[in-house]
Design a protein around this ligand. Sequence first.
Ligand SMILES: Nc1ncnc2c1ncn2[C@@H]1O[C@H](COP(=O)(O)OP(=O)(O)O)[C@@H](O)[C@H]1O
Ligand SMILES: [Mg+2]
Length: 311
Amino acid sequence: MGTQMIHNKNGQINIVLNENKVTNIDPVKNQENISKDPFAHIDQELSSFVGMDNLKRKIKEIYATIIINEKRSQMGLTNTKQVLHMLFKGNPGTGKTTVARKLAKLYFDMNLLSKGHFIEAERADLVGEYIGQTAQKTRALVQKALGGILFIDEAYSLARGGERDFGKEAIDTLVKHMEDNGDDFVLILAGYPFEMERFLTLNPGLKSRFPFILEFPDYDVDQLLEIARQMASEREYQLSKEAEWKLRNFLYKQQKLANINFSNARFIRNVIEHSIRMQAVRLLYKDNISPDELILLTGNDLKLEDINSIW
Ligand SMILES: Nc1ncnc2c1ncn2[C@@H]1O[C@H](COP(=O)(O)OP(=O)(O)O)[C@@H](O)[C@H]1O
Ligand SMILES: [Mg+2]
């Protein structure tokens, strides 16, 4: 007997603890889908993320805990429910939103969430203008998110105005729902590291409700270059040697300057998308364009000096 993840026709995955229970499965397809590595599906889903080793480890821990808990309860042992609410701390462009979105899918695949949808919200979506409106707005948002993930960006802004601010009401309402609907609802609060720390200090009761606090560190130059290559290749483009060299130099300079406006992987995405447009303009002047030319982004296509239009 082993733990397996079986893909059904909807692309949904059932976690199967006892293989004897599995019936009506096409053996060939089954062979393809069953992997000896219990973490293969997680690895596959997270493979497009450069770095993020800590995150990948945490997700595997959660998955393992859930499966083992399931086995424990089958054998009559105490089964401690795993709470999945999370705090994400990181600068802009470090992948917080992208990861949260991916988690919604993964948790659905793991049968932890019934719908696996993703709702992104910010202060204005929760906080109202008059008394009573905030609780109502927040409740409605949580209702919409049930079965999925509610992701609140720049969550520290809920604590902006202190005790008398309606943000406090939003936090209290969220906390209440975290307890009431904890089984089929994941709340993720995200924001800049320093502000999120302060937010927790101002709301001391919160920390214990978020068993997972994940840090999203800034990327180093090699990781950013890897992300650039990946983003280009996803779009069927390729950076020329010169373009890579130019980008690497620029990134080293930003790192030296410790530029606080630098937006990590989002900057890289903007660079790639901008240079794709620059390449298009350049090629439009040419006759007989070869496939290689359509793919290659050259050093000249990367207008890094025109930085304000990229950021
Ligand atoms: N580790 C990574 N590997 C590949 N792409 C990444 C990674 N982190 C972020 N990105 C990309 O960078 C962009 C910005 O990420 P995002 O999730 O919006 O950051 P944040 O929410 O922290 O501001 C997105 O296009 C995302 O796909
Ligand atoms: Mg974001």
